[in-house]
Design a protein around this ligand. Structure first.
Ligand SMILES: Nc1ncnc2c1ncn2[C@@H]1O[C@H](COP(=O)(O)OP(=O)(O)OP(=O)(O)O)[C@@H](O)[C@H]1O
Ligand SMILES: [Mg+2]
Length: 512
C-alpha cells in the first residue's frame, strides 16, 4: 500500500492510498484508544529509548521526555552526529530520528488500521513506497538526514517533497476548479504546533512549484495554549508561581485539549486550575489570542509581495489554511476578515500535508513525479570523515540534452575512506549556495571499494566505512540523449572501474 508520511514537530500523520481515496491512518495507543497521529516524542526509560505512544506512557510514570526533535534538523550545522539530550543521555540525532521512524514503521504494521496490520505477524511487504516531506526552506543536510532516517527505518522512499507542495496537491485535488489560467497561485498558510509557514505555490497541471516561502520558527499552536493558560490563571486569580510544576503542566495539557475542542458555537471553556474550577469566555480567549493571528498575517507579507497584485489577489486561486493550529475557528475568521472569500480551510487541517503526500504517492492520481525526472541531479558526499554531508550538484535543471553520449562533469580526488558511498538524488532546482531545492527523488545508492582489498566482497553494504587514505579517484558523468545519466568511477592508480546507470525508482531495471 502506498503511503504519504508527514513527519511533524508535534506528531506524525500518515495517509494511505486506497482506490482514489486518501484515508488518514489511525494508531492505537497503549490503552487501546485510536489516534489519527503518532506522537513525535522520545523517552528515556532506564537504558532504553522509547518512542511515540510508548514514550508518552513512560513519561506518565516519570521517564524524561523529549519533544520537537524535528527542530534540531533545521539547525545550520546539523549532521548525523548532532548530540541530542534525552534525560541524562546524549544520543546522535540520526539515531533518534531512525529509532522514532522505526517505531512508527512497526506501529504501522502492528497497531494501525491498515488492512492486514495487527494480524500477529508483521508483514513488511504491507507497506509500499512512501512519499515524505520537509519544510520548504529545508537545507541539504536536513533533506539528506530525513531521507536517510526513513530509509534506515525500513521505508522505501519514492520521493521527498516540500510540505507546502504537498498541501498544494491536496488543495488542487479538492478545489481544482478554483485554479484557472489566470489564477494559478495558491498561498498555503500552515500553522503547526511550533512553527508558522506561508508559501506561494504555482500550480501548472500536475506540477506544483514553491515560488516563495516565509514564516516564523517559533509561532504555532503551542503559543495559543500559553495564552489560554494565562486566561485561566487570571480567571482563577492565581499567579503562575503559585502552582507547582506538575499542576502547571497539567493545566497546559488541559488548555491544549480544551482549545482543540473549541467549535464556532463554543461560548465558555471549563478548566481546573489547581483545585479550582474556572470558566474562560471564548471571546476573552480570542481577544487575547488575536495578536498571534495578526503576527501570522504580518509574517505572510513577503510571500504576498511576490504576487502581481498583493492587495487585490487577482492571480490567487485561494489562500489555503492547513496545519492543526488553523483548526481554531478564530484563525479562519480573522483571515476571512482580511482576505475575503478566497480563504479556504482544509477539511482536515492537521492531515492536509499527509493527504497531499499520499496523492503524490498514488500512481493513479496523475500527480506522479515521474514526468519531471529530467531535473537537477547531484550526489550527497560525506565530509570530514563522515561528520557532515555536502551536496554536490552535478547537473542543473537547465542542462540541455546532447545528441550523443557526452561527458558533462568530472570529479577527481584522493579517496579518504575505504568505501565510497554515493547517494544520488534528483531535485527540482539547485540554489546559488549549491543546495538542492524543491522536491527530491532519491536514486540508487552506489558503493565503490576504494580499498583494493574489498573489491571481491559480495556485499559492500555490510562493511563498516573507515577513514583511510586511498587511490586517486575519477568520477565521470555521461548523459545520453534521453537524459539518462551514467556514472563511471575509476581508481586511476589501478584502472579498476565501475559503471552504473543512475535511474530514478521509476525505472529501477535500468541499473546495470
Ligand atoms: N481541533 C483543533 N483546534 C485547534 N487547534 C488544534 C486542533 N487540532 C490540533 N490543533 C493544534 O495544532 C497544533 C499541531 O499542528 P500540526 O499537527 O499541524 O503540527 P506539526 O505538523 O506537528 O508541527 P509543524 O508543522 O510545526 O512541524 C497543536 O498546537 C494542536 O494543539
Ligand atoms: Mg506540519
Amino acid at each position: 500500500m502506498h503511503l504519504g508520511v508527514d513527519l511533524g514537530t508535534t506528531r506524525t500523520i500518515v495517509a494511505a492510498v486506497d482506490r482514489g481515496n486518501y484515508p488518514v491512518v489511525t494508531f492505537l495507543d497503549d490503552d487501546g484508544d485510536a489516534h489519527e497521529s503518532f506522537p513525535s516524542v522520545v523517552a528515556l526509560h532506564g537504558e532504553r529509548l522509547l518512542y511515540g505512544f510508548d514514550a508518552i506512557a513512560a513519561g506518565a510514570t516519570g521517564a524524561p521526555l523529549l519533544r520537537s526533535f524535528k527542530r534540531a534538523l533545521a539547525e545550520p550545522d546539523v549532521n548525523a552526529d548532532t548530540a541530542i539530550a534525552v534525560g541524562d543521555r546524549t544520543v546522535p540525532l540520526l539515531e533518534i530520528l531512525t529509532g522514532y521512524l522505526r517505531a512508527m514503521h512497526e506501529a504501522l504494521l502492528t497497531t494501525s488500521n491498515l488492512p492486514g496490520a495487527g494480524t500477529g505477524q508483521a508483514d513488511p511487504d504491507l507497506l509500499g513506497p512512501v512519499v515524505v516531506a520537509v519544510p520548504a526552506h529545508a537545507h541539504g543536510a536536513q533533506r539528506f538526514l530525513t531521507l536517510e532516517a526513513f530509509r534506515r527505518a525500513g521505508f522505501d522512499v519514492a520521493a521527498l517533497l516540500n510540505e507546502p507542495s504537498a498541501a498544494g496537491f491536496e488543495y488542487t485535488h479538492r478545489r481544482g476548479g478554483t485554479v484557472t489560467s489566470r489564477r494559478t497561485r495558491v498561498v498555503v498558510y500552515d500553522l503547526g504546533g511550533g512553527t508558522f509557514d506561508a508559501s506561494l505555490v504555482d500550480v501548472e497541471g500536475t506540477g506544483h512549484d514553491v515560488l516563495a516561502t516565509a514564516g516564523r520558527n517559533r509561532l504555532g499552536g503551542d503559543d495559543f495554549d500559553d495564552v489560554l493558560v494565562r486566561c485561566a490563571l487570571a480567571a482563577a486569580e492565581v499567579e503562575e508561581a503559585d502552582l507547582d510544576a506538575w499542576a502547571l503542566a497539567s493545566l497546559r495539557e488541559q488548555c491544549r485539549e480544551a482549545k482543540e475542542r473549541i467549535s464556532p458555537q463554543s461560548r465558555r471553556i471549563a478548566l481546573e486550575v489547581g483545585e479550582r474550577d474556572v470558566n474562560v469566555a471564548v471571546d476573552a480567549f480570542y481577544d487575547a489570542a488575536a495578536p498571534l493571528v495578526e503576527a501570522t498575517m504580518t509574517a505572510m507579507g513577503p510571500v504576498l509581495d511576490r504576487l502581481d497584485d498583493p492587495t487585490g489577489l487577482t492571480d490567487v486561486a485561494g489562500i489555503y489554511l492547513v496545519g492543526g493550529g488553523s483548526s481554531l475557528p478564530l484563525v479562519p475568521r480573522l483571515l476571512k476578515e482580511r482576505f475575503g472569500r478566497r480563504v479556504h480551510r482544509s477539511p482536515h487541517p492537521s492531515a492536509s500535508t499527509a493527504i497531499g503526500l499520499a496523492i503524490a504517492a498514488d500512481p493513479a492520481s496523475g500527480y506522479s513525479l515521474a514526468d519531471r525526472l529530467s531535473r537537477g541531479f547531484g550526489v550527497f558526499r560525506e565530509q570530514r570523515s563522515g561528520q557532515g554531508v555536502v551536496f554536490d550538484p552535478i547537473l542543473t535543471p537547465d542542462e540541455i540534452l546532447p545528441t550523443a553520449d557526452t561527458v558533462v562533469a568530472t570529479r577527481r580526488y584522493r579517496a579518504a575512506h575505504n568505501i565510497g558511498w554515493f547517494r544520488f538524488v534528483e531535485c527540482a532546482a539547485v540554489d546559488d549556495a549549491g543546495e538542492p531545492r524543491g522536491d527530491i527523488v532519491p536514486f540508487a545508492e552506489v558503493l565503490f571499494p576504494f580499498d583494493p582489498a574489498l573489491r571481491d566482497r559480495p556485499d559492500l553494504g555490510d562493511e563498516p566505512v573507515r577513514r583511510q587514505d586511498g587511490c586517486l579517484v575519477e568520477e565521470r558523468y555521461v548523459i545520453d540523449p534521453n537524459g539518462i545519466v551514467e556514472v563511471h568511477i575509476t581508481d586511476l592508480d589501478t584502472g579498476y572501474e565501475l559503471r552504473r546507470t543512475i535511474a530514478g525508482r521509476a525505472a529501477p531495471g535500468a541499473s546495470t
